[in-house]
Design a protein around this ligand. Structure first.
Ligand code: GLC
Ligand code: GLC
Length: 832
């Protein structure tokens, strides 16, 4: 097959990415759903749906790492004479006369045309509904009457996505369905402990159906040529055990020019225990009927879709930039913010690289994700902070992950990642600065979800800081524990057993000297934030939230607390300067035996990115030139065409004392991959140091809209979002992307561009203006909604990289760089 140069393009006006060739170098996916019901959908309609938890409530089945790739999904088959085709090209792969997939904000529209018939499907999850709607529009664009046979297709998953893939001795005997009119119900395990079922409905009479996979497909056929479809005859099969599916059969006649809509609904229902059945073995369908009734016409669906679009208008209206550079504007105004919301919703659970059965929500990941969406949905950020803090232990340590359905800490992975506590401060401070809601600090929050153990959230922050202070090593630097941000830097694990996971195997704390410079920098950054917060509280800080005064009742001598922590921060700075500097860059760590990691003295991996990022953000040793040297070293040793690699030179052999990091071949993941997540740390370091040209050039290298043009084929993964990792300079194919969508990169890219490059920083008392720009930047305007105010801020850079000279607020000059918060609309002019 001849490789096409381009597979798609941005459509900024509609906030869509338009894919014009279905054979993308990797499935390019989108996410549907915003609260409880979620779906993943690829550009050929592959993917699956789940309710809240991708492991425990998987509604439709999906096979990861399959051949062919991305098989299974929601499929519409059209049989027109002898030709069978799908609007999304797959699974039949019949060549289409026209194909287009538009991924938009929580919706996807796939259109195919063949032999004068157009089939266009709009997929979305209506707000507050537990259902995926698929509005199929069939149009006869030919001169003759068309008689078509339409088959829908979904395959049910037996709820628990993990056992669904392994426990076949049981699974093949449990499947159960019910058929009622045009609705197919999936009720496996409902007879016993489950109180939920799913259904697949169409708002038209059907002329047949299938619910048993083997009968529909034929044992020796594939999704590409199911028996029933090829023959044009449904079997009306009734699944019992084996593999239940849902397929409607509809005969459609269309006059020339005629168009017909069909609304398909994939729904999920929960019943109260005592209302599960309407008769023996007959599920109570009342709620399903009600849900169907809310969505069963084109008008109702169009209205629900309009509401979804308005929801996104509102979310994306909070921060809007106009720079005149389309590539930047579309990432800031659309895709970066969208990806942040998706990461908020899915954490690291379900993507085309995360199977949905592995990980729960990460403690550190969720706190970082928060800076990406807190401006859009502050109440949910508030709840998220409390959920996360509730999994903390009384000594300030934390469960590394928790399960979204139960919100409880995950015992399988446990704790001991010593960076985790600091992130709670990072997230909470971002929340308070955005909202002015100091009252969150008064919330009573338990330890390890134990009722009766509640203390204030402020107390949780305090013990988080103390956890670092109480776990210092021989150089007075933070002990790393199981790992710090770099999950793979396992300095206390020592594993020779391939059956062990580095994330859960032994963590020798006795006698360890393993210290982390990454945590040291993180501690200084979050420690300064904590001190500033205490000072605010010492001044009796109050602020308004929705017109109400927000007060903190926490009992604490805040001035004394600020003082205490300032000393700890100062001591940490001294420790880094004394024991954490290698001459040209910051060390990365000390190993179990107290030997340097990330030093010029090391054979490999002489320099690491994480400590450069955090120690430059913390400005440690700036006055002695350390920050500038570190940033220069990043350019010299870490930077390549596609971004900055994590370490250099890459490890070429497994090092038992270092753990998983050296398990990866060079250039991938934590071994010298471009781990996009941590590039922004250095970029922020550049911004704080005022080096706008450098900050911008690093930023543009990993900005998807810039990558889009250059690497449609090389990069492989979706060109509209960031991926976790791009293969580094030591890899076989540098520039190849992996692990798209669910990555801390989204929030960090947002934080970097919105606050440090464009320079609009929410602060306790207002908005701080402090851009750091390339010399080439021209005038730009940011419209920022902030609490109950709206600011239109125009910046005149005048070729200056950093430094605000003058600000006027509504025509009046102000002192300093913080625009004081006041309700209403304001116009701000900034001269640099
Ligand atoms: C993954 C994890 C994140 C970790 C990073 C580096 O992205 O989700 O928690 O910090 O890898 O190992
Ligand atoms: C692996 C990955 C790392 C991830 C971790 C989480 O170690 O390399 O990126 O954070 O798994 O389970």
């Amino acid at each position: 097959m001849e490789q096409q140069k381009r597979y798609g393009h941005f459509d900024d006006q509609h906030r869509e990415y338009v894919i014009t060739n279905p054979q993308t170098p990797w499935p390019w996916i989108n996410y549907l759903g915003n609260e409880d019901f979620f779906s993943l959908i690829s550009n050929t309609a592959g993917g699956y749906s789940f309710y809240k938890d991708a492991k425990f409530r998987r509604i439709t089945r999906y096979r990861y790492n399959n051949v062919p790739m991305d098989n299974g999904g929601r499929y519409f088959y059209l049989k027109d004479g002898d030709t069978v085709w799908n609007p999304g090209w797959k699974p039949c792969k019949t060549p289409l006369d026209f194909y287009e997939c538009r991924h938009g904000m929580s919706y996807t529209r796939i259109t195919g045309r063949k032999n004068g018939v157009e089939a266009s499907v709009l997929f979305f999850v209506p707000l507050k509904k537990w259902a995926e709607v698929q509005k199929l529009t069939l149009t006869n664009q030919s001169q003759e009457t068309k008689t078509l046979k339409l088959f829908s297709f979904e395959e049910w998953c037996l709820w628990n996505a993990a056992t669904d893939m392994e426990n076949f001795q049981r699974n093949f005997s449990t499947g159960e369905v019910e058929i009622e009119g045009s609705t197919i119900y999936h009720k496996t395990e409902y007879r016993e402990r489950r109180n939920h079922y799913a259904f697949y409905h169409v708002n038209a009479p059907i002329q047949g159906f299938d619910t048993d996979r083997e009968t529909f497909v034929g044992l020796y056929n594939e999704f590409a040529n199911p028996d029933a479809v090829m023959e044009g005859k449904p079997r009306n099969s009734h699944a019992h055990g084996w593999s239940p599916i849902a397929s409607h059969y509809i005969e459609v006649t269309l006059a020339p020019g005629e168009s017909k809509d069909f609304v398909f609904i994939l729904g999920y229902i929960e019943n109260e225990q005592d209302k599960k059945f309407s008769a023996l073995q007959v599920i109570n369908k009342e709620k399903a009927h009600a849900l169907i009734a809310e969505l069963d016409t084109t008008e109702k669906v169009d209205k629900a879709f309009a509401e979804l679009c308005e929801y996104w208008d509102a979310l994306l209206n909070i921060y809007k930039v106009k720079t005149g550079n389309d590539k930047l504007d579309r990432m800031v105004n659309i895709w970066n913010q969208y990806q942040c919301m998706v990461t908020f919703n899915f954490s690291r659970s379900a993507s085309f690289f995360e199977s949905g059965v592995g990980r729960g929500m990460g403690f550190r990941d969720s706190n970082q994700d928060l800076v990406g969406f807190v401006h859009q949905i502050p109440p949910r950020a508030r709840q998220r902070i409390i959920d996360i803090a509730s999994t903390q232990f009384p000594d300030g340590g934390c469960y590394h992950q928790y399960q979204p359905l139960t919100k409880r800490g995950n015992n399988d992975i446990g704790g001991g990642f010593n960076d985790d506590p600091c992130w709670l401060i990072f997230g909470t401070v971002a929340y308070i600065k955005e909202t002015g809601d100091f009252s969150i600090l008064d919330e009573m929050v338990p330890f390890d979800n134990q009722p009766g153990s509640e203390v204030t959230l402020f107390e949780h922050l305090k013990i988080s800081m103390d956890h670092v202070i109480k776990n210092l090593g021989p150089h007075m630097l933070p002990l790393i524990g199981r790992a710090d941000w770099n999950d793979c830097l396992n300095l206390n694990c020592f594993s020779w057993d391939p059956n062990e996971s580095f994330q859960t195997t032994e963590n020798v704390s006795e006698g360890t000297k393993a210290e982390s410079l990454m945590i040291a920098g993180l501690f200084v950054v979050t420690g300064k934030d904590y001190v500033a917060l205490c000072k605010k509280l010492a001044n009796g800080q109050r602020s308004t939230v929705n017109g109400q005064w927000s007060m903190v009742n926490v009992q604490c001598d805040f001035a004394e607390e600020a003082n205490r922590m300032q000393q700890a921060v100062d001591a940490m700075i001294e420790a880094v300067k004394k024991h954490g500097w290698d001459g040209e860059w910051y060390l990365r760590a000390y190993d179990f035996y107290g030997r340097k990691i990330g030093s010029n003295e090391c054979e490999e991996a002489k320099i690491f990115i994480e400590s450069q990022g955090w120690c430059t953000m913390a400005e440690i040793g700036a006055e002695d030139g350390m920050v500038a040297k570190s940033l220069d070293s990043c350019k010299k040793y870490l930077e390549c065409e596609h971004g900055m690699v994590l370490n250099n030179p890459a490890f070429t052999k497994y090092i038992y004392e270092y753990g998983e990091i050296s398990s990866y071949p060079e250039g991938y993941k934590e071994n010298a991959g471009i781990f996009c997540h941590n590039n922004p740390w250095v970029i922020i370091g550049e911004c704080i140091a005022g080096r706008g040209n450098d900050a911008w050039s690093h930023y543009a290298k990993i900005l998807p809209s810039y990558v889009e043009e250059k690497y449609q084929t090389l990069h492989k993964v979706e060109p509209y979002v960031n991926c976790q990792m791009v293969a580094g300079k030591d890899a076989f194919r540098p520039g190849e992307g992996k692990n798209s969508w669910l990555t801390g990169t989204a929030a960090w890219m947002w934080y970097t561009v919105s606050e440090f490059i464009l320079g609009i920083k929410p602060d306790y008392d207002g908005i701080r203006i402090d851009p750091c720009l390339p010399e080439t930047a021209t005038d730009y305007t940011v419209c920022r909604k902030f609490r109950e105010a709206e600011y239109e801020i125009t910046i005149h850079p005048n070729g200056v990289q950093k430094g605000v000279k003058a600000i006027t607020l509504d025509g009046q000059p102000i002192e300093g760089t913080v625009i004081p918060y006041s309700v209403g609309k304001h116009v701000v002019e900034v001269v640099m």
